[in-house]
Design a protein around this ligand. Structure first.
Ligand SMILES: [Fe+2]
Ligand SMILES: [Fe+2]
Length: 155
């Protein structure tokens, strides 16, 4: 390791900084323990980082931004459908409130896509909102169904 540090010498502080700069690093506190849900959440976090990275470039490519946003809209839609099917299957009592949150987010993310299609650049503020919504929703609202599913026969 020290040899590697010798080799890169003065660049090390820069590299560490670059590594710490990830917009939304995955944190295992976001895990629900339901593997399919967790891999979908990881995908959403990863796509949010890709969107942030592309928009941070001095010359971000609108086609790439559009692809990432379209991917996020589609993937989020499918992810929410999957969760909502589980609610139905297990008779989850918080379904209505949870679905309402999904609908708010769907509107936010499609709004970003439409603005992008109108030539508007997604703001840092919009990205912060995306990030904090995902964290809040996964940590509180999604995690709330885990014990219910477990107690109601999910294996
Ligand atoms: Fe979720
Ligand atoms: Fe959810």
């Amino acid at each position: 390791m020290s040899r590697v540090i010798d080799m890169i010498g003065g660049n090390l502080p820069f590299l560490i900084k670059a590594e710490n700069k990830m917009f939304m690093p995955w944190n295992d506190e976001l895990l629900t323990g339901i593997s399919e849900i967790d891999s979908q959440h990881k995908w959403l976090v990863e796509a949010t980082n890709r969107l942030h990275d592309e928009l941070s470039k001095p010359q971000s490519d609108p086609a790439v931004v559009g692809d990432i946003l379209e991917g996020l809209v589609d993937y989020t839609f499918n992810h929410f459908i999957m969760e909502e099917e589980l609610f139905e299957r297990f008779g989850y009592p918080e379904t209505a409130a949870h679905k309402a949150q999904h609908n708010v987010f769907t509107a936010k993310i499609s709004g970003l896509l439409h603005k992008h299609e109108d030539g508007e650049i997604a703001s840092g503020e919009a990205l912060e909102l995306l990030k904090s919504w995902l964290i809040q929703h996964i940590m509180k609202t999604d995690k709330a169904y885990v014990s219910f599913f477990g107690a109601n026969g999910m294996t």
